[in-house]
Design a protein around this ligand. Structure first.
Ligand code: DON
Length: 579
């Protein structure tokens, strides 16, 4: 039987601020308007899956119950999401996994999309060097060589114990028999419908009938079922060779892309060294470049640790401090970070405590520093849509996995006859210096387009450990949301560790986001009441509302070895404990 509890799961934090915690809980209850239906929080002594979609969470919990490891469950959940979360979690995209084994060792697997060999920077710009709108978002040039199937095969090979086929079967069933369209999927069509209509295959599958399918309609994907069956039989080769690969390449080329079969054949999953830091006694492990997430998260935590957290989670002093920290870290993102196989990323120097201290020392506690005055630092002498899910098993293994197609339904292009929605990840490159991408992010040379290079990401799959390695980690979490990912993860960590919130409460709590450029704090409506907005404006901040900042699906373990799952209500995910 599943151990679902209605709301409050207590995560006992080794936290000196328990009194503040209580005050914050009271404040939240008093001030936070309800956020739609409360998501299921779950707890189980055995295993836990928290994903953005309920069928996928159930698939993972069943794999765990059959004796699968967290890796087996992660593979099964990822394939299930490729069906039930087609706006975000497809096999036509890429992703990152941070894995914890039963001894507490961590491995980072990078299966991010790569630029095809023929993708040179000039492809995206006109004669004057200006990026041509749309090319990196809704044409064949937008599509990077997908990494998800190779990544999942690698995960299974390294840490799986159940048969590969067993892990794909539930996804095949969901694709063949269909699943009911749910509110977040309906919402995802909002920004994607126009793009999907440019592609007749995408239109036929995802816009059957007159328009956007209504909630509850059964969405069947028979072509995707057949593709998944091929992958179940042939493994990685079922995607990177043969008819699926041929269809993918032909479709991309017909839409103006330059991908070749050799690009698919050459795709490699890369194991990377995770980035590590500490925060108020906890050990934080996160994803290294080509994600910016881990480094920016660790920089922000290191800056924050230098300050006493102001009283009150939602107080203007707290929001101001968080935003000033975010502003400074994101400035560094724009200059220093890119694919480490192509550019030299000064990881240690960006995380050096003296460097971080010097960045933090420029924070004025009473006034906003305009972003125009914050340049990327000099750390050394030399120079939507995405899905995150978290899995944990009986032996303390944990998978923190984020996959993405980039924007909702990616490029909106479906590879002919395969049902595979293709990413538009090439927009994550900096197409020209200082020219913002779809998330308003700017970058330079470190993240310029190069053949076979991986675009800089913000995905931040993260695992937090207790000070002493124990049987189970303290937290497993991550989020979608482009640059907002990093700040969503940052705030959930701070909510639990500094503000002493219970895990579900920490996930539910409203968020703010600053990314240096544009120079403003975006905030979820309920994050900043009128008096706090007034105080922040008086300090010199510009403010703008943003509907949903991130979607954090998190697992925590209490000291009794109980797993606690917290799905984010923002996108209506589900936490499912192992029965
Ligand atoms: O890798 C990245 O940072 C982006 N492509 C992620 C996009 C994303 O999270 C969209 N989600 N809502």
């Amino acid at each position: 039987m599943r151990d679902n509890v209605e709301s409050r799961v207590i995560i006992p934090v080794q936290n000196p601020r328990k009194i503040l915690a209580l005050a914050v809980s009271v404040w939240l209850c008093a001030t936070a308007p309800s956020f739609g239906a409360d998501p299921a929080a779950a707890d189980s002594p055995r295993g836990m899956v928290v994903s953005p979609e309920a069928h996928a969470s159930r698939v993972g919990a069943e794999v765990l119950a059959e004796g699968g490891t967290a890796a087996d469950a992660a593979v099964a959940v990822a394939f299930a999401l490729a069906v039930t979360n087609p706006q975000a979690g497809g096999i036509g995209g890429g992703g990152f996994l941070l894995y914890r084994d039963e001894h507490g060792n961590h491995t980072a697997l990078d299966f991010r999309e790569t630029a095809p060999e023929g993708l040179t920077p000039d492809r995206f710009v006109d004669e004057s060097g200006k990026p041509v709108p749309g090319l990196s978002l809704e044409t064949g040039l937008a599509v990077g060589v997908p990494g998800v199937v190779a990544g999942l095969a690698e995960i299974h090979e390294r840490w799986g114990v159940l048969p590969w086929k067993r892990l794909i079967e539930p996804a095949i069933g969901l694709a063949r028999d269909g699943f009911p369209v749910y509110p977040d999927l309906v919402r995802a069509y909002g920004s994607a419908e126009k793009r999907l209509r440019l592609d007749e295959r995408a239109t036929a599958i995802f816009l059957p009938g007159a328009g956007v399918p209504l909630r509850g309609r059964i969405l069947e994907q028979p072509q995707l079922a057949a593709t998944l069956e091929r992958i179940a039989r042939r493994g990685r080769a079922g995607f990177y060779e043969g008819p699926v690969a041929q269809a993918l390449v032909a479709t991309v080329q017909a839409r103006g892309g330059v991908m070749e079969l050799t690009d698919l054949g050459a795709y490699e999953v890369v194991e990377r060294e995770p980035v590590r830091g500490t925060y108020r006694g906890y050990r934080v492990v996160s994803f290294p470049p080509p994600s910016s997430g881990g480094i920016i998260l660790l920089q922000m935590l290191a800056m924050l640790e230098r300050f006493e957290m102001p009283e009150g989670y939602g107080a203007s002093d707290t929001i101001h401090l968080m935003a000033e920290i975010q502003r400074r870290a994101f400035a560094d993102r724009s200059k220093w970070l890119g694919d480490p196989d192509h550019v030299d990323v000064p990881v240690e120097r960006l995380l050096d405590s003296a460097y971080v201290a010097s960045r933090a020392s420029t924070i004025d506690r009473s006034r906003a520093t305009p972003s125009s005055e914050i340049l990327p630092g000099a750390p050394a002498a030399e120079g939507s849509d995405t899905a995150h899910f978290s899995v944990a098993d009986r032996s303390g293994r944990a998978a923190s996995l984020t996959t993405t197609l980039n924007t909702s339904f990616g490029s909106g292009i479906v590879a002919a006859g395969t049902g595979i929605v293709l990413n538009n990840e090439m927009d994550d490159f900096s197409l020209a210096p200082g020219v913002p991408n779809v998330y308003g992010l700017v970058g330079g040379e470190a993240n310029a387009v190069r053949p076979r290079k991986r675009p800089l990401s913000s995905m931040t799959p993260t695992i937090v450990e207790y000070a002493e390695t124990g049987k189970r980690p303290f937290l497993v979490l991550g989020s979608p949301g482009g640059p907002r990912i990093i700040n969503a993860v940052f705030q959930v960590l701070v909510n639990v560790i500094d503000h002493g919130m219970e895990l579900q409460e920490a996930v539910n709590a409203p968020r703010v986001h600053h990314q240096w450029i544009p120079d403003l704090i975006s905030y979820e409506e309920r994050a900043l009441p009128a008096d706090v907005r007034r105080a922040l404006r008086a300090m010199g901040h510009s403010l703008a509302t943003y509907e949903r900042i991130g979607n954090v699906n998190a697992i925590g373990a209490d000291e009794n070895g109980h797993w606690l799952g917290a799905a984010d209500p923002r996108k209506g995910g589900a936490a499912t404990g192992q029965p």
